[in-house]
Structures are given as structure tokens and as C-alpha cells.
Write a protein that binds this ligand. Structure first.
Ligand SMILES: Nc1ncnc2c1ncn2[C@@H]1O[C@H](COP(=O)(O)OP(=O)(O)OP(=O)(O)O)[C@@H](O)[C@H]1O
Length: 316
């Protein structure tokens, strides 16, 4: 399988200026199949500008974007066929019924007429809209209107779904429903979710990126954060100087070993509660002295606050 098939998104040195002001400076990242990437940042960080560029709605000032291996700038129509986008304010037509609007969205995405009916039914079903197909969008609650916004984004079965602030303005029950919907979407699509709601990222994302002043300042798989659902995290240890990294890397659940200094390591793991005793046993077996063994938790909220405090006031 080539790189284009593995990577739904590949962006390199992507940037956008508005007049003389840089909104996004130089962004490079990729999204693989099966990932839900949370894009976090304070107000004005450049999230919406990035989503608009990734979806082909806004031309970058510099850099490259590939969608499923297709250059978005050189071949926009082919690349966009793989993208479903729900902007922060989805362009819904309140006077149209849900079915009329989804049929319109399907045709707009280039679906042949004969496939439209089935595509609309599938999208309606997946987004919990089965009973409201005949209702005018303007008469639906805010939560249902968001579902319609998501349904129009997936009606053509794109590989990549980009959702910009999908739960803003919803009540707690509606928020839960939309998050559950995003998780089901992740089974069949790669998802990029722009938000500034931290629990949303913890609830639905497999990876998180934090953006500040148009730059990526943090990136981590959720499993490596202290507050990840599966309890993934890091274990820092200080052993005698002759200790080697290889046997540590072979311990069950260890995803990566960082060498911090002679005999000093950081083990990244996916929530193995038995790791500390296993390290102690390994030290005994190998005759290493164990000076220090401590879990390191990195709470997403702490990381976000330390990287972004003061930013929103500046942006305003
Ligand atoms: N059309 C525009 N013209 C000029 N400046 C813009 C335009 N759109 C956005 N900006 C500026 O670019 C910067 C990034 O804005 P953007 O909307 O991408 O941020 P954001 O992270 O999505 O913010 P929020 O969380 O408030 O939606 C901000 O300083 C904003 O004022």
C-alpha cells in the first residue's frame, strides 16, 4: 500500500495570511486511516482557517495539502471528492426538508442521480435522522440541525470527515449524542475535529494537536496522556548506569523508550498497570540498582492551560 492510501491527509508547511497578518504560519501533519484527530486551540489560534484550507474552501498562502494522495491545490475536484466538511456554521437551508437538502448535497458532491436515494437514506440513518426526513430544517432543534450538518458531510461516503466545532451551542444531551455519532463515524472515516472543548477531545479523539498563534505547539496520541480513557501514560525511571534500553522496550505494553541520561529512561505505555512491578522485576533479574520509579501523568487540561494562558485575551 502506498503512502497516499495510508494517509488521508498529508500537509506540509501549510500557511495562510490575511492581509499582512499571519493566521496559520507553517503547519505540517498527517492523518492516517482510523484516526480521530482533535485540533485544539484558544480563540483566534487558526483552527477554522486550517479547516477551511484542508477542505479546499480557502486557498493557502503557502504549503501543500494532499488528500488520499491527491494534491488538493493541483486537482481540487478529485481531492474534494474524498472530503466531507461541516464548517462551524453549516450552510443549511431552513426552508428545505432534510431529504431535499441531503439530495441537494449529494448531487453537489457529484453523486450520480441513481445513487442519490440510497446515499441519502444511509446518511439519514447513520445520523439518527430517519424520522425527520420530511421535516423542514428550520423547524428542527439545534441538535438535529447539527446532525443534518454532519449528514451532508458524509452523504458521499468520503474517506475524510472534517468537523469544525460540531457541538457548540448544544445542550448536554445533544452534545452526548453528537459525540456518540462522531465515534461511530470514526469506524469508517478518518475524522478531524476542531474544538476548544477539552472533554470532547478526551471523549472521542485518538490523537490531539494544540495550536497557538497559527503554530502547532503540542501533539500526542491520547493513549499517552495521563487522562486518557485507557489510563495510558509514562513511567520515568532511574536505574544504575549500566542499564540498557532494549530490555525495557521488550516489556509488555511499552510503546516507546526515551533515554534521558545514563540509566535514566521514560517508558511510554498504553495503560499497563503491571508495568512498574515488571520494571522492578527486570531490575532484579538484570542486577540493576533501582533508584527511582515514578508515573508521570500529563493532564490535557494542564498542558492546554500552560501552552495557551493569556492567548484568548490577546486574540480578542
Ligand atoms: N477573513 C478573515 N480576514 C482577516 N482575518 C481573519 C479572517 N478570518 C480569520 N482571521 C484572523 O485569523 C486568525 C485565526 O482565526 P481563526 O478563525 O482561524 O481562529 P480559530 O482558532 O478558529 O478561532 P475560534 O476558536 O475563535 O473560532 C484570527 O486572528 C482571526 O482574527
Amino acid at each position: 500500500m502506498d503512502e497516499g492510501q495510508n494517509n488521508l491527509v498529508m500537509c506540509r508547511e501549510l500557511g495562510r495570511d490575511y492581509g499582512g497578518q499571519t493566521a496559520v504560519s507553517s503547519l505540517s501533519f498527517s492523518l492516517a486511516r482510523g484516526e480521530v484527530l482533535g485540533f485544539l486551540g484558544p480563540n483566534g489560534a487558526g483552527k477554522s482557517t486550517t479547516m477551511n484550507m484542508l477542505s479546499g474552501c480557502l486557498a493557502p498562502s503557502r504549503g501543500e495539502v494532499e488528500i488520499c494522495g491527491i494534491d488538493l491545490l493541483a486537482s481540487p475536484a478529485q481531492a474534494k471528492a474524498h472530503i466531507g466538511y461541516m464548517p462551524e456554521h453549516p450552510p443549511l437551508y431552513p426552508e428545505l426538508t432534510v431529504d431535499e437538502y441531503l439530495r441537494f448535497a449529494a448531487r453537489l458532491r457529484g453523486l450520480p442521480r441513481r445513487r442519490v436515494k440510497a446515499a441519502v437514506e444511509t446518511a439519514r440513518e447513520r445520523c439518527g435522522l430517519a424520522d425527520v426526513g420530511h421535516r423542514p430544517i428550520g423547524q428542527l432543534s439545534r441538535g438535529y440541525q447539527q446532525r443534518v450538518g454532519i449528514a451532508q458531510a458524509i452523504v458521499h461516503e468520503p474517506a475524510l470527515v472534517i468537523l469544525d466545532e460540531p457541538t457548540v451551542g448544544l445542550d448536554p444531551n445533544q452534545v452526548r449524542e453528537i459525540r456518540a455519532l462522531i465515534q461511530t463515524l470514526a469506524r469508517d472515516h478518518g475524522v478531524i475535529l476542531s474544538t476548544h472543548i477539552l472533554p470532547e477531545v478526551a471523549a472521542v479523539c485518538s490523537r490531539v494537536q494544540i495550536m497557538v498563534r497559527g503554530q502547532l505547539v503540542f501533539e500526542s496520541p491520547m493513549a499517552e496522556l495521563g487522562d486518557a480513557g485507557e489510563g495510558g501514560g509514562r513511567l520515568k525511571l532511574h536505574l544504575s548506569e549500566q542499564a540498557e534500553a532494549d530490555p525495557l522496550a521488550g516489556l509488555s505494553g511499552v510503546s516507546r523508550v526515551e533515554t534521558l541520561g545514563p540509566g535514566q529512561f521514560r517508558l511510554h505505555h498504553a495503560g499497563n498497570k503491571e508495568l512498574a512491578p515488571a520494571v522492578a522485576q527486570l531490575a532484579v533479574d538484570r542486577g540493576w540498582s533501582l533508584y527511582r520509579l515514578e508515573p508521570e501523568t500529563r493532564d490535557l487540561e494542564q498542558i492546554f492551560v500552560s501552552l495557551t494562558s493569556g492567548e484568548e485575551a490577546d486574540a480578542a
